[in-house]
Design a protein around this ligand. Structure first.
Ligand code: NAP
Length: 286
């Protein structure tokens, strides 16, 4: 049975931690560029400490030109040579197609953000890695409101832990979890923002169908979700209690909640998370 998370495991990032390491991003797509931007915005590193590559070099080149970071084009061996820390930020399927290049990594702190890719699989591909850390960030990290879980197969030295916290902390909160929880964490928190965006879109669409202008419907949906999430985060009360505080007997919210219950809302969300978790497990086997 996997250990449950204790709230003290959640480490908020409150101050800018500067590190002197050179960080190489293997991939410069959505998540990698979001992470690199946060590292620069929070002044965790200077642009000269960042190195990046992309499949054809163009994406990495454009990022480097815009930010002053270094690019190694599409040369993974140059990236390995230049970096103290490597962040694997390509698609999980690309692990197999780049096996020979990845196997060259030696004696580095390696952070993987590859969904569904186990530490065991990473170790098989990078036998001489040094320290291997599996992480799962989410897209609100782009604005420092993310939640990133990590697990490692090695005992982390203080210097590695500090670098790890500086990198992941620039995205928001950080939690250490057992690897057995990574698939469900991915399903809830990695994919979770997409469910909430879908909720915002659905709420806006419903508002529009019931008479709001498109502008007002979207504005109301966004601000309502933001306000409710901020209140849920700040309040000591559980979400059910906050829900009850909005709900008077025979009132409008009660009528709306009844429709959600009739539509098996909780079962639907459970099914959503379960499917995402199963997919994460499946991807780990591919
Ligand atoms: N998006 C999310 O919400 C999210 C959340 C958590 C974790 N992740 C994980 O983050 C990783 C990246 O996802 P993403 O959404 O950022 O994907 P993406 O935007 O498609 O970026 C993938 C990057 O990998 C590069 N790449 C592909 N093959 C390469 C090669 N042979 N050598 C060097 N670079 C190569 C691509 O280069 P080109 O630009 O040349 O194509 C691109 O820069 C995935 O493993 C995913 O599981 C994503």
């Amino acid at each position: 049975m996997a250990k449950q998370l204790h709230p003290s495991c959640i480490i908020p990032f409150e101050r800018s931690m500067r590190i002197s390491s050179k960080i190489g991003f293997w991939g410069s797509g959505n998540m990698a560029s979001a992470m690199m931007r946060r590292l620069l915005n929070k002044q965790v590193v200077k642009p000269q400490q960042l190195y990046c590559i992309s499949e054809f070099g163009r994406g990495a080149g454009a990022f480097a030109k815009e930010t002053g970071a270094n690019t190694c084009g599409n040369s993974s061996s140059d990236l390995i040579a230049a970096s103290d820390i490597l962040v694997l930020a390509f698609k999980p399927q690309q692990l197999e197609t780049q096996a020979a290049q990845i196997a060259e990594i030696n004696n580095r702190l390696v952070l993987s953000i590859l969904a569904g890719t186990s530490l065991e699989k990473l170790k098989k591909h990078i036998p001489n890695a040094g320290i291997l850390v599996r992480t799962m960030p989410n897209t609100p990290g782009r604005i420092g409101e993310g939640l990133t879980a990590y697990c490692s197969r090695n005992q982390l030295e203080n210097s590695d832990r500090e670098a790890l916290m500086a990198i992941l902390g620039s995205l928001g909160e950080v939690i250490e979890i057992e690897e057995a929880l990574m698939d469900v964490h991915t399903a809830v928190s990695g994919s979770g923002p997409a469910y909430v965006f879908e909720m915002i879109a659905a709420l806006a669409e419903a508002g529009e169908k019931e008479g709001l202008t498109p502008y007002l419907a979207l504005k109301s949906a966004k601000q309502t979700v933001l306000g409710a999430a901020a209140l849920a985060k700040q309040a000591d009360d559980p979400p059910e209690e906050l829900r009850n505080q909005v709900t008077s007997k025979g009132g409008t919210t009660a009528a709306g909640l009844q429709a959600m219950a009739d539509g098996n809302f909780r079962d639907l969300i459970h099914q959503t998370v379960r499917e995402a978790k199963l997919r994460s497990i499946e991807m780990g086997k591919e």
